[in-house]
Design a protein around this ligand. Structure first.
Ligand code: ADP
Length: 495
């Protein structure tokens, strides 16, 4: 079959800019797809913290213009190459030269002009393609920040040269909706009649860039099959979009994220103090010692199980469950190392727990990639009690590092972690079903019990370490979806 020309538009990608799992995915997909013979370009904003020298960025276009809010904004495009694909960066200092991607750290609120920043980005992406004479077969958009791109292609006559381009819109987290006051619609300079209730932009009297992406893209996917089912069937998971998604049910697919074993692999990881494999586990002990040392947890008893947590500190991640049973949890024979940033209330919670139980819990309230690797390598278990989890990456990293996941059965966690049954010798983790702190506590107790039998534990660790969640299978599924979207587009043009 013919190779495809694919543009992947994203607000973040590893190793350039990251706030969460979307960045890992956007960083890994281009290589996985390019290695199948397709031409892939990745496009994202050039945030100020991206190191232009280190990534050898080169200006490839300047003096380009994109309209937003009645203004013509001038921008330039820089490029670098990585693993068989080109990375394009939209450079506009006014919009992207800021200390954080989406939020003003001085107020803790979203940047007040996020509507303009990502409204501009959508048009700038299309102008860049045009200028560089790369009219893709597929534009693969990711999350609300890119939601206007499929919409512009469908409703703005100015983009007729993209008439054969199909769009796939990937939802990495439906709770982030890019909703702005109704006046923001005028800044997009589209026909006002499009902002009608029940239309493609309006969501509870606001403009939602997420809705535009869902409504106007040719096909949709989210990052696990279970989450695809969850978000279209209940408000609890759909956050108001369940109806819109149910209407597009036939076009909505679930593709589990892969993980990048070039980055997350204890056999080769340069960020950890010792490497290890299923055949040679000794290095894991050294990592555990180093983790406990850095976390300033007592080292006297060597076999105390260490539970790691690495997460955005957001309601989604289940920290209210931990808060509810914190005293019981921390009276168990365990040590906890937490790494995370986010909502102040959770910073306060974990700082207070550390103060109360300094020998049981360490809290690193920061973003620290190297420490994330050490926690994966040095912990015995990894806790993810999420309220919802579109895919989740850390449970898959944990498996590879022999760190047994303890998860709630939701979204991608349900699709990747099977509850342990030591008698039958099955399972790769510990799973609880209801969003209930006592259930979580009980499953942690069960994990600690299993941990005491070193043979059973090692067999379980090894089972997880030998599983394969690489991008290979998922990349093939994305290419299938690209072709399906193109076919749908072709048929729609002919009708
Ligand atoms: P989400 O996208 O909802 O944040 P995922 O599990 O899909 O959750 O991905 C989270 C990614 O971000 C993982 O790679 C994780 O290691 C990383 N991460 C989250 N918080 C931190 C932190 N404080 N420091 C370093 N890495 C972090």
């Amino acid at each position: 079959m013919d190779p495809l020309n694919i543009l992947i538009a994203t607000p973040e990608a590893v190793p350039y800019a990251k706030t969460g799992g979307l960045a890992d995915v956007a960083g890994a997909v281009p290589e996985a797809i390019a290695s199948r013979g397709h031409t892939v370009k990745l496009i994202l904003p050039l945030y100020s913290h991206i190191d232009r020298d280190k990534h050898k960025l080169q200006i490839i276009a300047s003096g380009l213009k994109a309209r937003i809010a009645g203004r013509e904004e001038v921008f330039q495009v820089q490029k670098c190459e990585a693993d068989g694909s080109e990375i394009w960066f939209i450079e506009h200092d006014g919009f992207f030269n800021r200390p954080e991607l989406y939020r003003d750290p001085s107020t803790g609120e979203d940047w007040a002009d996020n509507d303009e920043r990502f409204g501009f980005f959508a048009r700038a992406v299309l102008e860049t393609c045009r200028h560089l004479r790369f009219i893709p077969d597929i534009i693969h958009c990711n999350d609300w920040q890119t939601g206007l791109i499929p919409a512009l292609l469908k409703v703005d006559d100015g983009y007729n040269d993209f008439s054969k381009t199909a769009t796939l819109f990937s939802i990495h987290n439906i709770a982030y909706q890019g909703s702005f006051p109704s006046e923001s619609f005028d800044k997009l300079e589209l026909d006002r009649s499009l902002f009608a209730p029940g239309g493609g932009f309006e969501f509870w009297n606001k403009v939602s860039y997420l809705k535009a992406g869902i409504w106007y893209s040719d096909l949709l996917n989210t990052v696990s099959e279970t989450y695809a089912g969850e978000i279209k069937s209940s408000n609890e998971f759909g956050y108001g979009f369940e109806g819109v998604l149910a209407d597009r049910s036939d076009d909505l697919f679930g593709i589990l994220n892969g993980i990048d074993y070039n980055v997350w692999n204890p056999a080769t990881d340069e960020l950890i103090p010792a490497r290890f494999t299923p055949e040679k586990l000794a290095g894991k002990k050294r990592c555990k010692n180093e983790l406990r040392r850095q976390a300033k947890l007592p080292l006297v008893r060597r076999d105390v199980p260490v539970i790691g947590i690495i997460s955005r500190l957001a309601d989604q991640k289940g920290f209210d469950l931990i808060a509810e049973v914190a005293d019981d949890l921390l009276s168990l024979d365990l040590q906890i190392v937490l790494l995370g940033t986010g909502d102040q209330k959770y910073h306060d919670l974990f700082a207070a727990l550390h103060e109360k139980y300094p020998k049981k819990i360490a809290a690193f309230l920061e973003f620290n990639n190297q420490l994330a690797h050490l926690i994966e390598a040095g912990s015995d278990m990894f806790l993810m009690p999420s309220r919802y989890e579109p895919c989740g990456l850390n449970q898959m990293y944990s498996l590879k590092y022999g760190t047994v996941p303890i998860v709630r059965k939701t979204g991608g966690l349900a699709d990747t972690i099977e509850n342990a049954n030591p008698v039958k010798g099955t399972g790769n983790g510990f799973v609880f079903t209801n969003y209930d702190s006592r259930e979580m506590l009980n499953v942690v107790k069960f994990a600690l019990e299993v941990y005491r039998d070193k043979n059973v534990w090692e067999i379980m660790m090894l089972r997880g370490m030998r599983q394969d969640f690489s991008w290979d299978a998922s990349a093939g599924k994305y290419v299938e979806l690209y072709r399906k979207a193109l076919e749908k587009k072709r048929v729609s043009i002919e009708v």
